[in-house]
Design a protein around this ligand. Structure first.
Ligand code: 6CM
Length: 254
């Protein structure tokens, strides 16, 4: 059954669809590989000091407290399991800039500044102002990739990485520039029905999300931590419901 599914799936490229001569080629492959390695190590970074921030049904959000020069850098990770959607769908909608503003609650605007390749673009994002801090913006590349599992019995992984970069057309100006390293990775579990085609009732998506955000300049620690505690669970709920809603009547993207 599983072999049949694998056989009809298109084969993904082994790496980014970008010329190896491009100045970001190594960085994008390396950062993506680091996220995949962290997943393979079962999110174990050698220390067990993750603090539970929020738990709701299958969704669990954790943070580690980290400050540098008075700036809150708390790494965040979350896991979630959602029925009825695939990892390809989750990653597709997380990556697709055309729909970003349909589910994003923390951005004021988002626009593409350059396409690097079919699977990667750079965007400029203006973040909603949080009182009493100055308003922030972020420039990052977004890369989507399908990673085939060498073990045929194990599910493939879909991953999106959003990673801060510089771009000559958007110098730091009006806003404080946030630096970030974010990943959304998914695996789809398929429970094949005894007969007939696979439907949305037969699929479950396991999601791992990580965010390392540097606010880039002074922001009151207590306000920032309160914003994170409220906004990350809200984002995960809103985004996954959004994907369920928009895919419900569509063909399954395996
Ligand atoms: O991952 C998320 N969204 C992605 C697509 O937009 C992208 C995120 C980019 C923005 C990350 C900004 C984090 C918030 C920074 C707050 C700074 C405010 C300072 C004022 C504090 C007093 O990867 C979902 C992001 C969900 C964020 C909660």
């Amino acid at each position: 059954e599983r072999k049949h599914i694998a056989a009809v799936k298109p084969q993904p490229p082994p790496a980014i669809l970008l010329s190896p001569n491009h100045s970001l080629y190594n960085e994008i492959n390396q950062i993506t590989a680091e996220h995949l390695k962290f997943l393979e190590d079962k999110n174990d970074d050698g220390e067990d000091n993750w603090i539970m921030l929020h738990e709701e049904g299958e969704m669990k959000v954790y943070k580690r407290e980290l400050e540098e020069d008075g700036l809150v850098l708390d790494p965040l990770k979350a896991v979630h399991t959602v029925k009825g959607i695939t990892g390809h769908e989750i990653c597709h909608y997380f990556w697709d800039l055309n729909v970003r503003m349909d589910w994003e609650g923390t951005l004021e605007s988002s626009r593409c500044i350059e396409w690097l390749s079919e699977d990667t673009f750079i965007s400029h994002n203006i973040i909603k102002r949080v009182w009493p801090a100055s308003q922030r913006d972020a420039v990052f590349w977004s890369h989507i990739r399908h990673v085939i599992n060498e073990d045929e019995e194990e599910p493939d992984t879909w991953i999106v990485v959003n990673y801060s970069t510089d771009h000559p057309t958007v110098p730091v100006g009006k806003y404080v520039r946030v630096k970030m390293n974010v990943s959304m990775a998914c695996q789809t579990l398929i429970e094949p029905p005894d007969d007939g085609e696979i439907t949305r009732d037969n699929i479950t998506c396991k999601i791992s999300y990580t965010a390392n955000v540097n606010p880039g300049g002074w922001a009151p620690a207590s306000v920032l931590r309160a914003v994170y505690k409220r906004e990350y669970p809200k984002f995960l709920k809103r985004f996954t419901s959004y994907v369920k809603e928009v895919t419900a009547e569509k063909a399954i993207m395996l």
